[in-house]
Design a protein around this ligand. Structure first.
Ligand SMILES: [Zn+2]
Ligand SMILES: [Zn+2]
Length: 95
């Protein structure tokens, strides 16, 4: 059910691998989200073991799940980035 709504807290928009804001966010089958690059390289390392696990909840996936870009999360970032941009711009122009 989609009754929980979208929480805009930074934790939800952060990648637990690089601890930065999600870049090209993808959501894996357990529901956790990572940067496309982070989870790809994480799973590349695990590839010889034939397991692909979630770094957060340790759920394992076999075969490797297809990564689908989470456009919802990607869209959610935009206001924050624009806000940062604006703040930076006004700081620069006033100095
Ligand atoms: Zn990341
Ligand atoms: Zn997980």
């Amino acid at each position: 059910m989609a009754q929980q709504g979208i929480q805009l807290d930074r934790e939800k928009l952060s990648c637990s691998i690089c601890l930065d804001l999600l870049k090209d966010p993808v959501t894996i089958p357990c529901g956790h989200s990572y940067c496309m690059n982070c989870i790809e390289s994480c799973w590349d390392e695990e590839a010889p073991k034939q397991t692909h696990s979630c770094p957060q909840c340790r759920q394992t996936f076999t075969p490797r799940p297809a990564l689908v870009k989470n456009t919802l999360l990607a869209d959610l970032h935009l206001p924050e980035f624009h806000l940062d941009l604006k703040l930076n711009c006004s700081r620069w122009s006033s100095s």
